[in-house]
Design a protein around this ligand. Structure first.
Ligand SMILES: *[C@@H]1O[C@H](CO)[C@@H](O)[C@H](O)[C@H]1NC(C)=O
Ligand SMILES: *[C@@H]1O[C@H](CO)[C@@H](O)[C@H](O)[C@H]1NC(C)=O
Ligand SMILES: *[C@@H]1O[C@H](CO)[C@@H](O)[C@H](O)[C@H]1NC(C)=O
Ligand SMILES: *[C@@H]1O[C@H](CO)[C@@H](O)[C@H](O)[C@H]1NC(C)=O
Ligand SMILES: *[C@@H]1O[C@H](CO)[C@@H](O)[C@H](O)[C@H]1NC(C)=O
Ligand SMILES: *[C@@H]1O[C@H](CO)[C@@H](O)[C@H](O)[C@H]1NC(C)=O
Ligand SMILES: *[C@@H]1O[C@H](CO)[C@@H](O)[C@H](O)[C@H]1NC(C)=O
Ligand SMILES: [Zn+2]
Ligand SMILES: [Zn+2]
Length: 583
């Protein structure tokens, strides 16, 4: 009878343990990682899970990820005990002594414990996060709760927990910090699951972190990496590993009695991993306009973080007949377009010639834009040195122009980082450029010219000469020249009509082709002397710097009302009519 009760109690104990949800494992039981999602109440199958494989070419720098502030990380008495949980070896910290803040975290976090993830005794690596598919031998997680919250509260908030992840690399070098020899010596005291001993030696967290550069880290929003996988973690993964001797790494699987204590990488599901400014990231591969590199225009969509394959890309061919009149497309207000000292410098980017303006000086608003936009720069697209070359990006009824000028502006209330992520964050004003005087050698195309209205005055030639005079000085790619000549944007545009234009939603026309641009394409072209236009391909050293037109998909192109677009035509018609009636 007593025996029966005893057996019953024993099996009840196992049952309770089973039902409590602690019955999961990394390998060798039914509830291995692929089944964690089926554990009742677990979030392990959700969309914001950890760990991740961090693909460095897809990481973007975030200037908000500033330096961390660590409190008592150098305290030698903050580590209370070490325990074998059966899933990891964990070091518990004294309550309310250790803190972390900064590093782009939202608030102060109280550090409660750190623990480890490892591989096996055959030197199979066992970090949870991987970097470009590289798995480090181990990973250390320093776990902190948002200050003032209990664990049960912290797991309910999307950033209730902050985990600092450190990779641990196995080296041959025995010259490592004392802290690791001391800490790992305790592993012999916690070989049994559930065993816990106090730490009597002086070990600090900083002693374990060693000389890792704490300004270099990745950040993303994720989850706990063990059931219930609560999606409550602001993750920090430091780029540099902690180097410790390989024999110490081996002590973890050997002494703890279990191996491969790590969860496999989870799906990104549209999340963005960012990096602190100090973190080195691989350079984006070069792109080009022709086939002399791996990423010509037809392959731009394959570039990392590229939007070039999207459905609101630029440039486009504008079909006059299909453009819808929009009465909201009124006059623009141009501020400081007449400032003759607004251009800071001119540079050869290797893809274009760009004039960078002084910050927060020149502005544009009105024109149906709905916001005030600050002009950042203007640049040019061109064809070749042949007389009838066409180098514009946009076309109108399939007609292309010799060159196109883009005045790039960003919403005044946004940073550039924000603007490129916002659907109307940027506004670009596009002007076609052509010469009224057709060179003799291409007189065959002069019939074509009459269909275009060009700004009548040629008085802007002297200004274009002032600007193009700088081109010989920037023949080298990346070179730049300060612009001291007195020339304003108004000077360059001359008396081209700024009242008739097309409007559509599009993108940047160079990688990463962000779909953040409200486009204005003016109907009249700016007149520029043919020989001055030829200086662009000649001095920049490259030709045909324009993207082919992109599909319109479901977009609509809008136009200013017909009366304003043919404003100069109306009196002529009226006159003709009057003449006709008079006769
Ligand atoms: C951040 O820390 C690094 C190194 O510790 C230091 O060089 C840098 O000046 C710090 N930056 C700020 C903004 O405090
Ligand atoms: C740091 O630790 C000491 C004890 O070692 C403690 O007195 C102090 O309050 C801690 N600092 C903070 C900010 O918690
Ligand atoms: C920062 O944390 C506070 C308090 O938890 C919260 O109310 C706020 O929404 C958080 N801000 C962001 C940007 O997450
Ligand atoms: C990791 O350790 C190996 C072996 O000592 C070494 O070659 C490698 O450079 C280390 N990696 C890093 C990132 O420190
Ligand atoms: C840990 O184990 C060692 C060797 O077995 C023993 O000498 C030491 O007293 C133990 N330490 C603790 C804190 O139990
Ligand atoms: C261009 O680069 C070459 C060599 O790199 C240099 O000798 C020359 O002075 C540079 N020219 C200009 C205009 O900067
Ligand atoms: C551009 O898209 C926005 C919505 O993102 C829409 O409100 C606006 O009308 C569109 N403008 C044009 C010119 O299509
Ligand atoms: Zn962990
Ligand atoms: Zn452009």
């Amino acid at each position: 009878m007593y025996l029966l009760t005893f057996v019953l109690c024993l099996s009840l104990a196992t049952l309770v343990k089973y039902a409590s949800g602690s019955d999961w494992c990394y390998t060798g039981c039914e509830n291995s990682p692929s089944k964690w999602k089926d554990i009742s109440g677990s979030f392990c199958g959700d969309k914001r899970q950890s760990p991740l494989n961090i693909v460095t070419s897809h990481v973007v720098t975030d200037s908000k990820l500033n330096n961390f502030t660590f409190v008592n990380f150098s305290s030698e008495h903050a580590i209370k005990s070490i325990v074998n949980t059966g899933h990891t070896v964990k070091c518990k910290l004294k309550d309310n002594e250790v803190e972390v803040s900064g590093g782009g975290l939202n608030g102060t976090y109280s550090t409660i414990q750190f623990h480890f993830h490892w591989g096996d005794t055959e030197h199979h690596p066992g970090s949870e996060h991987t970097i470009d598919d590289h798995r480090y031998p181990m990973e250390m997680h320093i776990v902190s709760l948002k200050k003032g919250l209990a664990v049960e509260q912290a797991i309910e908030k999307s950033d209730g927990i902050a985990v600092l992840g450190f990779f641990i690399n196995a080296t041959e070098d025995r010259n490592m910090s004392e802290a690791w020899s001391t800490l790992t010596s305790y592993l012999t005291n916690v070989t049994a699951e559930g065993s816990e001993v106090n730490i009597n030696h002086s070990i600090s967290i900083n002693g374990l972190i060693g000389d890792v550069d704490l300004t270099k880290f990745y950040r993303y929003m994720g989850s706990l990496t063990t059931p219930m996988c609560n999606e409550a973690v602001a993750w920090t993964v430091f780029q540099e590993p902690i180097n410790i001797h390989k024999d110490l790494v081996q002590l973890f699987p050997t002494k703890a009695g279990f191996t491969n204590a790590y969860r496999p990488p989870q799906g990104l599901n549209g999340r963005q991993v960012s990096a602190s400014p100090a973190t080195p990231l691989p350079p984006s591969p070069p792109w080009c306009y022709d086939d002399h590199c791996d990423y010509g225009p037809s392959h731009w969509h394959l570039l990392p973080l590229s939007h070039c394959g999207g459905e609101r890309q630029s440039p486009i061919n504008i079909e006059k007949e299909k453009a819808k009149v929009d009465s909201n497309l009124g006059d623009f207000t141009f501020t400081k377009f007449d400032d003759k000292h607004a251009i800071k410098y001119i540079t050869n980017t290797g893809h274009a010639v760009k004039c960078v303006l002084k910050e927060d000086l020149v502005e544009v608003s009105g024109g149906g834009l709905g916001h005030v936009y600050s002009v950042i720069q203007f640049h040019f697209h061109w064809g070749s040195t042949s007389d009838d070359s066409k180098g514009s990006e946009h076309s109108v009824d399939s007609k292309r122009y010799p060159m196109e000028m883009h005045i790039v502006t960003k919403r005044k209330d946004l940073t550039l980082d924000e603007a490129v992520k916002t659907p109307n964050g940027l506004a670009v004003l596009g002007f076609f450029m052509e010469s009224k005087v057709t060179p003799k050698s291409s007189s065959g195309s002069s019939g074509h010219q009459t269909t275009t209205s060009t700004s009548s005055s040629a008085s802007n030639k002297e200004y274009w000469k002032k600007l193009t005079d700088y081109l010989p000085a920037i023949q080298n790619i990346s070179s730049k020249a300060e612009v001291s000549a007195e020339v304003s944007i108004d000077d360059l545009l001359g008396d081209v009509s700024r009242k008739s234009y097309y409007r559509y939603n599009g993108s940047l026309t160079t990688p990463k082709c962000n779909e953040a641009v409200v486009w204005t394409v003016f109907k009249e072209s700016v007149e520029v002397d043919h020989n001055l236009m030829m200086m662009f391909p000649t001095h920049a050293g490259y030709s045909n710097v324009f993207r082919p037109t992109q599909r319109l998909h479901t977009r609509t192109v809008f136009t200013t009302s017909a009366s304003s677009s043919s404003g100069s035509m109306l009196p002529v018609l009226l006159l003709a009519y009057l003449c006709a009636t008079l006769m």
